[in-house]
Design a protein around this ligand. Structure first.
Ligand SMILES: Cc1cc2nc3c(=O)[nH]c(=O)nc-3n(C[C@H](O)[C@H](O)[C@H](O)COP(=O)(O)O)c2cc1C
Length: 118
């Protein structure tokens, strides 16, 4: 999904497992994504988010992929980000990816397009 978003926005992609969170200082808008693990964001995602610098109203779009249940994935991420001053404008998710089939993220991308036009 990150690749589909990067293609739409022409924005650079950063692997949050190996990037320094201070990189966000260079951008006004963040897309933050995670696989759902144990009904929550992946540990690596939370580690990155917890180390983010504070921001005043920097906009974020959250996205996740999952098999069956998202649980508290978005609420956990949004809470941590809101506490740091980020503003979440959209949450998009894709359920039930099949390894043998190319994933279709077109619905998510349409939702993002609409949010960006506002
Ligand atoms: C350790 C682990 C825990 C998972 N927990 C959940 C879960 O709680 N709910 C769910 O719907 N999917 C769960 N999944 C499935 C993943 O969310 C899904 O495979 C993933 O989002 C696919 O994204 P990726 O292709 O970016 O890895 C889990 C997968 C792993 C490996």
């Amino acid at each position: 999904m990150a690749e589909a978003i990067a293609e739409l926005t022409k924005a650079p992609m950063f692997d949050l497992t190996s990037s320094d969170p201070s990189v966000v200082a260079n951008y006004d808008f963040l897309f933050i994504g995670t696989p759902v693990e144990g009904f929550r964001p992946a540990k690596e995602t939370m580690k990155f988010v917890e180390r983010l610098p504070n921001a005043e109203g920097k906009k974020t779009v959250l996205f996740c992929t999952y098999m069956l249940f998202k649980g508290v994935t978005f609420s956990t991420l949004e809470k941590a980000l809101t506490n740091k001053g980020y503003k979440c404008i959209l949450k998009v998710s894709k359920k039930g990816l099949r390894p043998n089939k190319p994933a279709d993220f077109s619905q998510c991308i349409d939702e993002i397009k609409k949010a960006l036009m506002k």
